[in-house]
Ligand binder design. Structure first.
Ligand code: SF4
Length: 108
């Protein structure tokens, strides 16, 4: 079974499947708990939606937000499904997400 781990943030292939097959995930309701959405709405002086997309190096302060986000695994799972070409999703770069998506396909 493939897994990607960072301390306290582990997404396994099994977990990916459980998350993406849940009704809550499929309904998209998890997005309502997104920390980035909340911060850009309530603290626009410090956070803009572009902060998650316009970067040359991955900004640590944005990764820190993702690491605190209550729907980080859902966000990461969603990104693995859509394989975005840019941005930070679940605290990971689009490049890292592409690699995860490839690994998932390999064990499926
Ligand atoms: S993990 Fe990051 S990009 Fe994903 S919803 Fe949370 S704050 Fe936004």
């Amino acid at each position: 079974m493939g897994s990607w781990s960072k301390p306290g943030q582990k997404l396994t292939v099994t977990m990916f499947r459980v998350i993406t097959e849940s009704d809550e995930f499929r309904s998209g309701v998890w997005r309502e708990s997104s920390l980035c959405v909340s911060l850009t709405k309530h603290n626009p002086d410090h956070y803009q939606p572009e902060d998650w997309f316009n970067w040359k190096r991955i900004p640590e302060r944005i990764v820190a937000v993702c690491n605190e986000c209550p729907v980080r695994l859902e966000c990461l799972s969603y990104a693995i499904q859509i394989t975005p070409t840019e941005g930070i999703w679940g605290g990971r770069s689009s490049r890292a997400i592409k690699k995860m998506a490839r690994q998932i396909k390999e064990v499926s």
